[in-house]
Design a protein around this ligand. Structure first.
Ligand code: UTP
Length: 280
């Protein structure tokens, strides 16, 4: 049974400068909500009640967002969030220096204790909920599982990439993995949703900096695999938006905006008219 989730959200977000000079990228709005609220809702809908968010410099707005809203004006979106927050315990810890995702995950060790946990990047949205599926795969194999998706091979060098043996539809046993490889061995890219066991902390402690001079989670998982430990990958078929990248952020606002009850219809009318003019 998985009871804990960890959300690293301490990255500097340099691809979003100057927006991220004074506010976290995890607070970028996607239609009505900041990105990180989608992530917290994914955790909540998977039945998990304890969350640790790893924050850092310029990230205080995240903590404030998950605080009680005290003003009296009614707002359905706020009410929805308040209801979720009633049922969750959210803890925060600050990463002292932005030394990479692997370093950020180390801050979760005391919170996790010996339990398996879900790790969700705070700037990624998955629809439908990817965590629930990963949890069911973990129940079956009792070993770490990471979500992957297929990317065009020419873009594989921008991602963490796995090499694996397909053991059944959409499930692979990982044989090797690489962070942003120059010569990718596949087009199967890691997408920011993981189920990990506390063993990962032993591997993170031993790590030296890897790609980009940062402590890379992919390297720790790779060392586990090379030590003969079982690590699985699940090929996620839903929609994934990496809000850490501008194009995906804009796409998420358009796609999810078009599906939204409040603004979808009007947005569609405007978009159709706009595209017609563009194509003329
Ligand atoms: P990214 O690779 O998106 O890096 O991090 P970044 O620093 O956030 O953004 P850019 O590249 O400067 O624009 C992937 C995930 O790892 C977290 C980020 O918050 C994001 O969820 N992270 C990264 C940390 O928590 N700490 C770090 O030191 C680095």
């Amino acid at each position: 049974m998985i009871r804990k989730a960890v959300i690293p959200a301490a990255g500097l977000g340099t691809r979003f400068l100057p927006i991220t000079k004074a506010q976290p990228k995890e607070m970028l709005p996607v239609v009505h909500k900041p990105v990180i609220q989608y992530v917290v809702e994914e955790v909540y809908s998977s039945g998990i009640k304890e969350i640790l968010v790893i924050t850092g410099k310029q990230k205080r707005a995240i903590e404030d967002h998950f605080d009680r809203y005290n003003a009296s004006n009614e707002n359905n979106y706020v009410d929805e969030l308040e209801e979720i927050l009633e049922n969750l315990d959210i803890f925060f810890i600050r990463q002292k220096e932005q030394k990479g995702l692997g370093d950020a995950v180390r801050y979760a060790e005391a919170f996790v204790e010996d339990d398996p946990f879900v790790l969700l990047l705070g700037d990624n949205i998955t629809i439908p909920n990817c965590t629930g599926i990963l949890m069911s795969i973990f129940e079956e194999f009792r070993a770490p599982v990471i979500a992957i998706e297929e990317v065009p091979i020419e873009r594989a060098k921008d991602h963490g990439i796995i090499k694996g043996e397909k053991i059944r539809d959409s499930v692979y046993r990982i044989e090797d993995m690489f962070e942003k490889p120059e010569e990718p061995v596949s087009n199967l890219a890691i997408i920011g949703r993981y189920i990990l066991t506390s063993e990962v902390f032993d591997y993170l402690k031993e790590l030296k900096s890897g790609y980009g001079g940062e402590i890379q989670l992919t390297d720790a998982l790779r060392n586990m695999v090379l030590d003969g430990k079982e690590v699985y990958a699940y090929l996620y078929h839903g929609r994934r938006f990496d809000i850490g990248n501008k194009q995906d952020w804009l796409k998420a606002n358009i796609e999810l905006g078009l599906e939204d009850e409040e603004v979808g219809k009007a947005l569609k009318g405007w978009l159709v008219g706009f595209m017609k003019k563009e194509l003329m």
